[in-house]
Design a protein around this ligand. Structure first.
Ligand code: AMP
Length: 195
């Protein structure tokens, strides 16, 4: 199975993606983690993207596509993937679709985690205090949420139109959210197997 985990910062994409990957025996790929690893390793890409991550702006599409291509193809060969944090714009979704189609790794399901903004801010401030993640400060948090509303939310209609979208209430306890995603994915997996 090949699926995307979409949601605003703080919605629990990473947490749920890890759990779902484990349950369905898929590889978890996070664009944010890959970018942060480059920054930490002070690679050429890391130096190019550092400022975007620090300010909460989106990294240019070309760079994101380059770092994702190999992990996605490798994961597909190992049974599928849960991709978290990508795509983030309609343009990325369109580029991803055409590249994935040539590689035979198109997305089958999109899980959309919905959480009210006040709850997202509360969670992100808490995470910033616990982890020290540099983009979890109040100004950057608000900016990232604005970027999500402006650039990523419109992308969901792209997947809704293709009947690939599952909407999940992500404001509930972690286990409940995992359960809800799992049940819906099992139904979806049956449909995909029947296709
Ligand atoms: P995340 O860990 O998904 O919250 O991503 C952290 C940061 O990495 C974002 O604020 C962006 O700067 C960058 N980033 C992650 N994924 C993408 C993407 N698909 N497109 C552009 N920038 C991204």
């Amino acid at each position: 199975m090949r699926l995307l985990m979409i949601g605003p910062p703080g919605a629990g994409k990473g947490t749920q993606a890890v759990r779902i990957a484990e349950k369905f025996n898929l590889v978890h790929i996070s664009s944010g983690d890959l970018l942060r690893a480059h920054v930490k390793g002070n690679t050429a890409i890391g130096r190019q993207v550092q400022q975007y991550l620090a300010s909460g702006d989106l990294v240019p599409d070309g760079i994101v596509m380059d770092i994702l291509r190999k992990p996605v193809v490798d994961a597909n060969a190992r049974g599928g993937y849960v991709l978290d944090g990508f795509p983030r714009t309609v343009e990325q979704a369109e580029i991803a679709y055409s590249v994935a189609q040539t590689l035979g790794v198109e997305v089958q399901v999109v899980v959309h985690l919905e959480v009210p903004r006040e709850e997202l801010v509360r969670r992100l401030v808490e995470r910033g205090a616990a982890s020290g993640r540099s983009d979890d400060t109040i100004d950057v948090i608000n900016h990232r949420l604005d970027v999500y509303d402006e650039k990523t939310l419109p992308m969901l209609s792209y997947y809704a139109a293709r009947e690939k979208l599952i909407n999940v209430n992500g404001a509930r306890p972690v286990d409940e959210v995992t359960w809800s995603i799992t049940v819906q994915l099992q139904q979806m997996a049956k449909q995909l197997a029947g296709d």
